[in-house]
Design a protein. Structure first.
Length: 158
């Protein structure tokens, strides 16, 4: 038996133990939690065949599917409440696919226009959705610092 066969065997044993422990509810897991892999695996396959056959156009659906699949995997394991903040990734995902087309394709500069637009719009909304809970604290803190500076900062000059 060669080393690769042993490694695959160990992987199957660990995977089997994981599924058994999940079925006995000793660890919180369900096979239904893995549905995002139906997006990630085809996305990775698009990447693989894009590199293998040197077809850069396959990176566009590969980038989109992989990005959205990873987003759903994240929310599946950490809660769908995160979708309230992470929805702008749906805008960014096509930009990732087009950026990959630019990087692995003919480097046409025209592709960067939609990439920049999608990343800018998605990034703008992502920034404000992620930091919307922190912005009031930040504004309050900055106002306090400004007030303290105005009171005590002028005394040094006098």
């Amino acid at each position: 038996m060669n080393r690769n066969q042993q490694m695959v065997g160990i992987f199957f044993i660990l995977l089997g133990l994981f599924f058994l422990l999940a079925k006995m509810e000793l660890i919180p897991f369900s096979l239904f939690d893995l549905w995002p892999f139906f997006l990630v695996i085809p996305g990775l396959a698009f990447h693989f065949f894009g590199f293998l056959n040197r077809i850069p156009g396959l990176h566009v659906p590969g980038g989109i599917l992989t990005t959205i699949g990873i987003l759903f995997l994240f929310t599946e394991f950490f809660g769908y409440g995160w979708m309230e903040h992470l929805w702008p990734i749906f805008i960014i995902a096509p930009g990732i696919g087009l950026l990959e087309l630019y990087l692995f394709g003919t480097r046409e500069k025209g592709l960067l226009i939609p990439v920049v637009i999608l990343f800018s719009v998605g990034g703008f909304f992502l920034f404000f959705t992620l930091f919307s809970t922190f912005i009031p604290y930040l504004v309050g803190f900055l106002l306090i610092v400004l007030g303290v500076y105005m009171i005590f900062g002028n005394r040094r000059r006098e």
